[in-house]
Design a protein around this ligand. Structure first.
Ligand code: ADP
Ligand code: ZN
Ligand code: ZN
Length: 745
């Protein structure tokens, strides 16, 4: 019998797949289907990657699969092809790559399609309801009343928020008053069987919203995309200044695909920071089912959103990084918003992928268009435009009446500075407040102050687990480490000599405090990761600004992302200097992007905005270039610099990273890896300890591989990685390969 070998990917660090025998009495497997298989002494859940007729192992040695988890494949062949590509490109085990693409509950064996149950009243239950039963159990009574409201029963999903409903339901059922009923499946599992009328004119069903007439620039961008056809691979880079209406272009292109019955994937950097974008899509396509996938979902919510995506019921999928793996049938268009954003790159753990780059591969494999949008495109993407790989679209003007803001540098050396704020900045804030404007104050540091120091002996509060200082939190009276989470009491005196301690430098908390002293009676809000631990808190801050209750917003780069606050007329960048002199070759690019993005928050309404940038280096060419020539001028200068230094995008990098509880273990491992490297025409740099070598009690180091040629780099990695993972030194370290690393240290 042929085709009886089932090749399975399992979530293990082993770089291989596993062959099993098919059960002759059961159906033959399908690639993409989940199976339970014996593995050692356990049973594991895996995914069928192919059905084969031969195995390299002897048949007598192969075990039989235990069972199929569901009848249909979990992942279709197109998505499997993308995951295979990713496993190859990032040199990572396929089983772990597949695991990244699946919600946790599916990895643990949850069914692919939910079976839906509802609870409803029996005839005796209805009588009991009329008699006011159960009289002594008000919570059961309340549930009985709740269930009575749905004549066909209340779906279990709708009861999820009801406190301890299962306990109450059990008591009610034991008395014969309620029963559990299976509901028919909600939606067709075959997307093409949906009625076409439901798809027609998805945007035009909500008369309440006015759809703006495209500007000439928007129309030109739309025409270019439309002229090339709605199908077929094409990569577009939509470079539009903040406020130019990029989202309107996404909306219109999405609408065309939806009308043609295809689905659309929109990738965004961090969903928590872009509630407005989700809101705009939801509002514009009010009757189009939408799924949102991001890291803030509970496991159950994620499974639910994933199922609605996989079965085709969601037609518009919005999500962060890992949504690039969302299973979307009939995908017609991918949009990557803020494509330069570093959060598209997974920088932790074993599988370090770029969602933007994989989105491009996915579009290519599916032969569909993809649109990357940004006010400040990555140098990689601009370079791809030069190479002709991407088509450039530009929105150089703001939509509506808004004017671009004016930028000005403030020389901190020539100014009186109080608590981080120069006199010029303070008086300008006052003026804008008097003119009924709102003000954003950007500082790239959270907490009260970055340092606690002794006034006598020079002691500074160090983190014991990291090469870092502890950040002062004054309201909470704590010292905290931003790298390992260490959290200690704030000392009143120097633990070394007993003299007084003082805080040095500023963070958001301190700036908020000093602004409150200076601008008495003005509402001030703060936005940083300490404030916004939860989604509802973020929404609370955003709505305080939107309602005008707060007139000044202090925050980290979180204030730069995606918000559209029309009354903000002034943006103050407190300190632009971190990043001007970094060892990381990408630091300048990130600084320029942050400044332009933060500045873009000013003057989005009718009034022209103003931006003040405080610096001790007003002559620095990067700042001057940005001011005089804008992001374009910066980008072309930076690209020239990258070319002469042979940095990406003019070279390809991979970083082998290692950490260990002893510094020499990490570097020994990397040195051994370097010695074991096959001969090849490329450069190996290092091993070198990280700039912050010690983090959370572990010592970090890296070895860089640089090649002018991508194919050569990958041929090298193909041969090297299997050697690296069998080095004897590997047992003392945690290591990861980072292909196309974003951050070097
Ligand atoms: P971007 O995403 O490029 O920063 P947005 O899409 O948020 O810009 O648009 C900025 C503002 O301009 C929004 O308030 C939006 O409603 C408005 N806008 C966009 N396109 C138009 C248009 N064609 N006519 C009028 N207003 C528009
Ligand atoms: Zn001291
Ligand atoms: Zn620490």
């Amino acid at each position: 019998m042929t085709d009886e070998i089932i090749r399975v990917a399992l979530d293990t660090p082993l770089r291989r797949t596993f062959d099993y025998l098919r059960d002759p009495d059961a159906a033959a497997g399908i690639a993409g289907q989940r199976v339970r298989v014996p593995f050692g002494r356990q049973e594991k859940i895996g995914l069928i990657v192919s059905i084969e007729s031969h195995s390299e192992l002897e048949k007598s040695k192969l075990k039989r699969i235990s069972s199929y988890i569901d009848e249909q494949p979990t992942l279709d062949s197109a998505l499997l092809a993308l995951l295979r590509w990713a496993a190859d490109y990032y040199h990572h085990p396929l089983g772990e790559v597949i695991a990244t693409a699946l919600p946790k509950l599916l990895r643990e064996g949850a069914a692919l399609h939910e079976s839906r149950f509802a609870w409803g009243l029996t005839t005796t239950g209805e009588a009991a309801l009329r008699d006011g039963e159960p009289k002594r159990a008000p919570q059961q009574r309340a549930l009985l009343e709740r269930l009575a409201r749905d004549p066909s029963g209340a779906p279990e999903d709708d009861l999820a928020d009801w406190p301890r409903w299962r306990d109450h339901a059990r008591s009610l059922r034991d008395r014969g008053w309620i029963e559990r009923r299976e509901l028919p499946p909600l939606r067709a599992t075959n997307p093409s069987s949906e009625p076409r009328e439901a798809l027609a004119h998805p945007g035009s069903d909500t008369p309440a919203i006015t759809v703006p007439q495209p500007t000439a620039d928007q129309q030109a961008a739309l025409d270019a995309v439309i002229a090339s056809g709605d199908q077929g691979y094409r990569a577009w880079l939509l470079q539009g200044i903040t406020g130019s209406g990029k989202t309107e272009v996404y909306l219109r292109l999405a609408e065309r695909q939806l009308q043609a019955g295809r689905r659309v994937l929109i990738l965004v950097p961090e969903i928590g920071l872009t509630p407005q974008l989700v809101g705009r899509f939801a509002k514009r396509f009010a009757r189009t089912p939408l799924a949102v996938l991001h890291s803030g979902l509970t496991d159950t919510q994620r499974l639910e959103a994933w199922r609605r995506t996989q079965d085709g019921s969601a037609r518009l999928v919005l999500g962060t990084r890992s949504a690039v793996f969302a299973p979307i049938p009939d995908l017609g268009l991918i949009v990557v918003d803020e494509e330069h954003d570093a959060s598209f790159k997974q920088q932790e753990g074993g599988f370090r992928y770029s969602a933007r780059d994989l989105a491009l591969v996915r579009a290519q494999q599916l032969d569909i268009p993809i649109l990357l949008g940004s006010a400040t495109p990555s140098l990689e993407s601009l370079h791809n435009v030069t190479l002709g790989r991407f088509q450039h679209l530009s929105l150089p003007r703001r939509a509506g009446n808004a004017q671009p803001p004016t930028l000005k540098l403030i020389d901190l050396r020539a100014e009186h500075v109080h608590a981080g704020l120069s006199t010029t900045a303070a008086t300008t804030i006052e003026k804008h407040l008097a003119d009924q404007g709102q003000v954003l104050v950007y500082i790239n540091r959270r907490g009260y102050a970055p340092t606690l120091a002794c006034t006598a002996c020079g002691w500074v509060a160090p983190c014991l687990s990291c090469d870092a200082r502890l950040t002062v939190y004054r309201q909470a009276a704590r010292l905290r480490c931003h790298h390992c989470g260490a959290d200690r009491e704030l000392p009143r005196q120097c633990p070394q000599c007993g003299y007084a301690v003082k805080t040095v430098g500023q963070g958001t908390e301190r700036i908020e405090e000093s602004l409150a002293e200076t601008f008495h009676g003005i509402g001030i809000a703060r936005l940083d990761r300490d404030v916004v631990r939860r989604q509802d808190e973020l929404e609370a801050v955003v709505s305080r600004i939107a309602s005008g209750d707060a007139r000044i917003l202090v925050g980290t780069q979180m204030i730069a992302k995606g918000h559209d606050f029309p009354d903000v007329t002034l943006v103050v960048v407190l300190n632009a200097d971190q990043g001007l002199f970094s060892t990381d070759f990408r630091a300048a690019e990130r600084l320029a992007q942050t400044i332009v993005q933060v500045a873009g928050r000013a003057g989005r309404g009718d009034r022209r905005g103003e931006v003040l940038i405080q610096t001790e280096y007003p002559e620095h060419p990067l700042l001057r270039g940005l001011l005089e020539g804008g992001y374009e001028a910066f980008a072309s200068a930076a690209l020239a610099e990258r070319e002469s230094a042979a940095w990406p995008p003019f070279a390809r990098l991979a970083a082998l990273r290692a950490s260990a509880t002893r510094a020499d273990w990490a570097t020994d491992f990397l040195a051994a890896a370097r010695r074991a490297a096959p001969k090849a025409h490329l450069r190996l740099l290092g091993p070198a300890p990280a700039a912050m070598a010690k983090r959370a009690g572990r010592f970090h180091a890296q070895l860089l591989v640089e090649s002018a040629d991508r194919a050569a780099l990958h041929r090298f990695l193909d041969r090297w990685v299997p050697v690296v993972e069998t080095l004897p030194e590997v047992r003392r370290v945690r290591w990861a390969l980072d292909v196309d690393p974003l951050e070097l240290f």
